[in-house]
Ligand binder design. Structure first.
Ligand code: S3P
Length: 446
């Protein structure tokens, strides 16, 4: 077996125009809803990454035919009740979105199914979806502590529930709403804060009535999905690494094209602007129910800020990159209400704090966040980081965040376990190189 290491050369700046790959959250949902729809749907800009391909092969195993036509994924929908029993466990790799959303869908099927994942996914909490699904009448057996594999019994009659979710999580909300499509009555989810609303937007695009009242969203069971074409915007979560990379490196001047700027996701833009980044949105427009824009960012001085729980929720996947920006800023950045970061692909608070310290940054992890004392950005002192070796803990976003630190490092940064970058951003190294960040990839035998 081999494992990939990134060797990131120190210094540089990011320039030019980039189009990062399609949005991961939107790509997963596009496959799922197209598979459940009546008719043929065409998904352009689909993210061809390991996570989204895991969702696609799960539906393939349930009888969904698909093909590539002119670079788009074309899906032959089987209707709400048309999936067939898979002849194997559905292996969802590293993808939490696939497992949590699929558990809602599988709970409503006539057949039994088993959802499995890799070592990281098998450590992640699934009780948060098992609880509401059980209340709806689903039968799900899990490993100790509510971990995968999940064995979901089919043929259960689901009833609608009103569910007050203890966390603002689009994965929990979407899971319950998707089970709600198979339930008798109106299923309603209340959330303690805002979570991304791609499910609601896209279900409407497939002809389903989804209602929102303040912090609650509801769906009536039995509604049919009608095939629809989806144009997937570029992923703001992938763009975030380049936004931060350009913002922290003087002389950078970068344009990121057609990036999704959904208001429930755009925290990274607001935080960087609050830190004084020279970042502007150009030509704001709508594509397939999602707002998009080109984003222009230039390098310059940043200052510290407070990222509270509400902002964390709007930038949940972008926090690792934002912590790199904080380390380059003048003054202190405090992050609070960020406990959810501990249950992502790894404990992102602990792993980011350890990595930042390794690179000489003065920071301290707290129970619900982190405090980062930035080095400031003076023209005569470009480095904010020493060089060193970083453990990415098999987490794609940790690896890409620390790769961007290379732009302000004094010595090379070496990052382990970078195979996982392919879960969300398969051509990251190529795009980074094109923009001006040089990364050598070493294949190491393990
Ligand atoms: C996602 C929701 C978020 C996010 C994940 C993708 C989604 O998770 O971290 O990468 O597509 O619904 P939570 O909803 O659990 O916060």
């Amino acid at each position: 077996m081999t494992s990939r290491l990134f060797h990131v050369a120190p210094g540089g700046r990011l320039t030019g125009r980039l189009h990062v790959p399609g949005d991961k959250s939107v790509s997963h949902r596009a496959i799922m809803f197209a598979a459940l729809a009546e008719g043929t749907s065409r998904i352009s800009g689909f993210l061809e990454s390991a996570d989204c391909l895991a969702t696609l092969s799960a539906f393939e195993a349930m009888g969904v035919a698909h093909r590539i036509e002119d670079g788009a994924r074309v899906i032959e929908g089987r209707g709400l009740h048309g999936l067939v029993a898979p002849d194997r466990a559905l292996d969802l790799g590293n993808s939490g979105t696939s497992m949590r959303l699929l558990s809602g869908l599988m709970a409503g099927q006539a057949f039994d199914s088993t959802l499995t994942g890799d070592a990281s996914l098998s450590r992640r909490p699934m009780q948060r979806v098992i609880d509401p699904l059980s209340r709806m009448g689903a039968s799900i057996a899990a490993e100790e502590g509510g971990r995968a594999p999940l064995r979901i019994s089919g043929g259960r009659r689901l009833s609608a529930i009103e569910y007050a979710s203890p966390v603002a999580s689009a994965q929990i909300k979407s899971c319950v709403l998707l089970a709600g499509l198979y339930a008798h009555g109106i299923t309603r989810v209340h959330e303690p804060g805002i979570s991304r609303d791609h499910t609601e937007r896209m279900l409407r695009g497939f002809g389903v009535t989804v209602e929102r009242q303040g912090p609650s969203v509801s769906v009536a069971g039995g509604q049919r999905l009608t095939a629809s074409d989806v144009a997937v915007p570029a992923d703001l979560s992938s763009a975030a690494f380049f936004l931060v990379g350009a913002a922290i490196s003087p002389g950078s001047d970068l344009l990121l094209e057609s990036v999704g700027i959904n208001p429930t996701r755009r925290g990274v833009i607001d935080v960087l602007q609050a830190m004084g980044a020279d970042l502007t949105l150009i030509d704001e427009r709508e594509a397939a129910g999602e707002p998009v824009a080109d984003i222009h960012v230039r390098g310059g001085a940043l200052h510290g800020t407070h990222i509270d729980g509400d902002l964390v929720a709007l930038a949940i996947d972008e926090c690792p990159a934002l912590f790199i920006a904080a380390a380059c800023a003048n003054g202190t950045t405090r992050v609070t209400g960020a406990e959810e970061l501990r249950v992502k692909e790894c404990d992102r608070l602990a792993v980011m704090a350890a990595g930042l310290k390794r690179l000489g940054v003065d920071c301290a992890e707290t129970h619900d966040g982190i405090v980062i004392h930035g080095c400031g950005q003076r023209d005569d002192q470009r480095s904010a980081f020493t060089g060193g070796e970083i453990a990415s803990h098999e987490d794609h976003r940790i690896a890409m965040a620390f790769a961007m630190a290379g732009l302000r490092a004094a010595e090379p940064i070496v990052i382990d376990d970078c195979d996982y970058v392919a879960t969300s951003f398969p051509n990251f190294v190529e795009l980074a190189g094109r923009a001006g960040l040089s990364i050598d990839v070493e294949e190491k035998s393990v």
